[in-house]
Design a protein around this ligand. Structure first.
Ligand SMILES: *[C@@H]1O[C@H](CO)[C@@H](O)[C@H](O)[C@H]1NC(C)=O
Ligand SMILES: *[C@@H]1O[C@H](CO)[C@@H](O)[C@H](O)[C@H]1NC(C)=O
Ligand SMILES: *[C@@H]1O[C@H](CO)[C@@H](O)[C@H](O)[C@H]1NC(C)=O
Length: 372
C-alpha cells in the first residue's frame, strides 16, 4: 500500500512536469515521442492505482478526458459540453440593504452565479459573454421568444444585455403591458427581436404555422409554455397532446430533421436552407407555499407539476428525447438558486434568466462551432 502511494505521487509528478518541460524546451521529435510514451505509461500505471488513491483517480480522469484520447490534441466533445451547460452554482447572500421586515427576496439577496469548477465543466470553457460578444454573436439575426411570463422575463434579460439602461426601462414598460407582443429592431447590431405572447402550446403552434405560410423563419427561436395550461386547464394529458402537435408542426418546418442520436438529414430534405436554432424554455420550479393565489396553490401542486414535466418528456419535444428543441432548463437553475430567488414562487430573479441566457449563448457557440 505504501509503495502504491509513492508510485502515485511519482505518477502525478511526471504527469505534471513532463508537459511543462516539453512546452519549455525545444525538443527533437524523438524526445517528444519518448516523453509522450513515458506519459502514457505513467497514466496506465496511474489507472491501475486509482482504486487505492482517490485523489490520483480524480486527477487521472481529468487528464485522460482531455488529452490522451487523441494524442495530446485536446478533443472538444461538443455533446458532452452541451450536457454540462447547466452545471451552474449559485452564491446567494444577504445584500447590503438587507431589511428583515421587507418580505422581498429580490431586494434582500444578492445572487451570483458561475459555472461549476468541476474539471469536465472547466474544459468546456464556457463563458459569460460581454455586451460586445453578444452583439457579435447575434449580429444581423432575427430572434423570437414566444411564450408566457417566463418568456417575457427572458426577453427582458436579453434586452438588458444589449441595450442601455434607459432603453431597457422603456422596453420594460412596453413588455409588461399585460399580454401584448413586443417588437424591437436594435439598429446598431441589426438585431430584430420579437416577443410573442403565446401562453398555451396551441398558441405556439399557430406561431409556427405562420412561419410556414410566410416562408420566413427566425434564426433563433425560443419557445416555452406550461404554466397557463396547468393553471387554467389542469389536464396534463391534454397538454401532452398539444405538445405533440407543436412538435410535429415544428419538425415539418425544419429543413433538416432534428438530431436523434445520428446527424443524418431527413430524406428529401434541403440541407442548404439554414434551420433555426430552437430552444425550449422549461418551466420554473414552483414553490407551492409561496404562490400568490389560492387557485394557484391548489392547482399547481407538486404532483401536477410532476405530471406536466412527464408530458414534456413523453412528447419528445426536447432534443435529448429525439425532438427539435434544446432545453433551457429554468427548472434546474431556479431550483438551485432556491427560495431566496423568488417572491411569488413562480417568477424568479432576473439573475436566473440571465444565467439561462448565457447558457443559450454558449449553446449557440457550440452549435455554430464558433469560439470567441
Ligand atoms: C420587490 O421589489 C421589487 C423591486 O422594487 C418590486 O418590483 C416588487 O414588486 C417587490 N415585491 C414584493 C412582493 O414586494
Ligand atoms: C391562445 O389559445 C387560446 C386557447 O385556444 C385562445 O383562447 C387565445 O386567444 C390564444 N391567444 C393568443 C394570443 O393567440
Ligand atoms: C384531458 O384531455 C384529454 C385529451 O385532450 C381528454 O381526452 C380528456 O377528456 C381530458 N380530461 C378531462 C378531465 O377533461
Amino acid at each position: 500500500m505504501f509503495g502504491a502511494v509513492q508510485l502515485g505521487l511519482f505518477a502525478a509528478c511526471v504527469v505534471l512536469f513532463v508537459p511543462m518541460g516539453m512546452a519549455g524546451w525545444h525538443l527533437s521529435r524523438n524526445k517528444v515521442l519518448f516523453f509522450s510514451g513515458a506519459l502514457f505509461i505513467t497514466l496506465a500505471v496511474g489507472v491501475h492505482l486509482t482504486p487505492y488513491f482517490p485523489s490520483v483517480s480524480d486527477f487521472i480522469t481529468s487528464v485522460k478526458s482531455s488529452s490522451v484520447v487523441d494524442d495530446v490534441v485536446v478533443v472538444e466533445d461538443r455533446d458532452s459540453c452541451v450536457s454540462l451547460l447547466h452545471e451552474i452554482a449559485w452564491e446567494v447572500r444577504p445584500s447590503k440593504v438587507f431589511d428583515p421586515f421587507l418580505n422581498n427576496n429580490s431586494l434582500n439577496y444578492d445572487k451570483l452565479w458561475s459555472w461549476s469548477r468541476m474539471n469536465s465543466v472547466e474544459s468546456c470553457e464556457f463563458q459569460r459573454l460581454k455586451r460586445n460578444d453578444v452583439l457579435d454573436l447575434l449580429y444581423g439575426s432575427w430572434v423570437m421568444v414566444a411564450g408566457d411570463s417566463q418568456a417575457r422575463i427572458f426577453t427582458l434579460s436579453l434586452l438588458s444585455l444589449v441595450l442601455d439602461s434607459e432603453r431597457v426601462e422603456s422596453a420594460r414598460s412596453f413588455l409588461f403591458q399585460r399580454h401584448s407582443d413586443y417588437h424591437i429592431v436594435v439598429d446598431e447590431m441589426g438585431l430584430k427581436l420579437d416577443f410573442i405572447w403565446a401562453p398555451y402550446p396551441n398558441n405556439l403552434t399557430n406561431v409556427v404555422m405562420e412561419f410556414k405560410q410566410k416562408h420566413l423563419y427566425p434564426d433563433v427561436l425560443v419557445m416555452g409554455s406550461g404554466l397557463w395550461h396547468m393553471l387554467h386547464v389542469i389536464n396534463a394529458s391534454d397538454y401532452g397532446v398539444l405538445l405533440r402537435l407543436l412538435r410535429n408542426s415544428v419538425t415539418s418546418m425544419l429543413p433538416v430533421s432534428p438530431k436523434s442520436g445520428n446527424n443524418e438529414p431527413a430524406i428529401g430534405s434541403v440541407p442548404s436552407v439554414r434551420s433555426p436554432h430552437l430552444f425550449w424554455l422549461g418551466m420554473p420550479t414552483l414553490i407551492n407555499s409561496m404562490l400568490n393565489t389560492q387557485k394557484k396553490r391548489e392547482r399547481m401542486s407538486d404532483a401536477m407539476q410532476g405530471e406536466y414535466a412527464r408530458e414534456v418528456h413523453k412528447s419528445s419535444i426536447l432534443r435529448e428525447f429525439g425532438g427539435p428543441f434544446q432545453l433551457l432548463d429554468i427548472g434546474s437553475l431556479s431550483l438551485n438558486c432556491g427560495i431566496k430567488c423568488t417572491d411569488d414562487g413562480m417568477h424568479y430573479d432576473e439573475a436566473v434568466y440571465e444565467a439561462e441566457l448565457h447558457v443559450m449563448f454558449n449553446a449557440l457557440l457550440i452549435e455554430s462551432h464558433q469560439k470567441l
